[in-house]
Design a protein around this ligand. Structure first.
Ligand code: ADP
Ligand code: TYD
Length: 201
């Protein structure tokens, strides 16, 4: 069977990193060949870009500049990490991918979706085989995310209204890619969510 490319998406603090780790643990127990990676990041160059986009004032970068930075990071991640793993038959589990750019940059601060899509086609041209979109109450998710105190809160700092718009964006996205997107109710315990997702492992 061909190696699968599986992504986790959702608003900040929705539980993506918790659930992608749980999913990876399941694959490890089964003895599958896999890697767990994340965006922005997942390769040395992309981790450098991560520092630029996730720290500083909210107005540090325009949405247009962000599209370029996130896509540059993704291209490096794809070249150095994702594509070689898939070619070697290794399953790739990734915390965020192009859907995040579609929603965060494409539909939240001006209607930039067509620019996001054009750049994706030109420079990335790859969709995941399966995407879990963790949906949940934005106020709870925001409180969780900020409580972490990661110092990478530039997007959380846009506030609750922004997170509500993002949630709507992810719900719309799930409808437009129904074959690969599975909507997961994140307003439950980590165990309940993990056991639903485990059915797709
Ligand atoms: P994300 O990667 O989407 O930002 P995390 O997995 O880092 O989210 O979770 C954000 C915070 O919420 C963490 O402190 C985590 O331990 C906690 N958390 C994750 N999932 C749940 C859940 N289902 N219920 C309660 N807290 C959770
Ligand atoms: P992440 O570390 O997953 O943050 P969190 O744990 O809070 O969900 O992602 C970092 C931030 O970058 C997050 O706020 C979403 C944002 N982001 C974009 O705006 N566009 C993108 O293309 C990606 C991959 C992330």
């Amino acid at each position: 069977m061909a190696a699968r490319f599986i992504t986790f998406e959702g608003i900040d603090g929705s539980g993506k990193s918790t659930q992608s780790k749980r999913f990876a643990e399941l694959l490890a127990q089964r003895g599958d060949d896999f890697i767990l990676t994340r965006e922005p990041g997942g390769s040395a160059g992309a981790e450098e870009i991560r520092k630029l986009v996730l720290t500083g004032e909210t107005d540090r970068w325009s949405a247009e500049t962000e599209i370029l930075l996130f896509t540059a990071a993704r291209r490096d991640h794809l070249e150095k990490t994702i594509a070689p793993a898939l070619a070697a038959g290794t399953t790739v589990v990734c915390d965020r991918f192009a859907d995040s750019t579609r929603v965060y940059q494409g539909a939240t601060r001006g209607d930039l979706r067509s620019k996001v899509d054009a750049l994706h086609t030109l420079m990335i041209g790859r969709e995941p085989d399966l995407t879990f979109i963790i949906d949940m109450d934005p106020a709870v998710a925001l409180a969780r995310g900020l409580a972490r105190g990661s110092g990478e809160d530039r997007f959380e700092d846009f506030g609750l209204g922004f997170q509500k718009t993002l949630r709507h964006g992810f719900l719309t996205l799930a409808k437009s890619f129904p074959k690969r997107c599975i909507l997961i109710d994140g307003n439950r315990t980590p165990d309940q969510i993990a056991s639903e997702i485990a059915a797709y492992a």
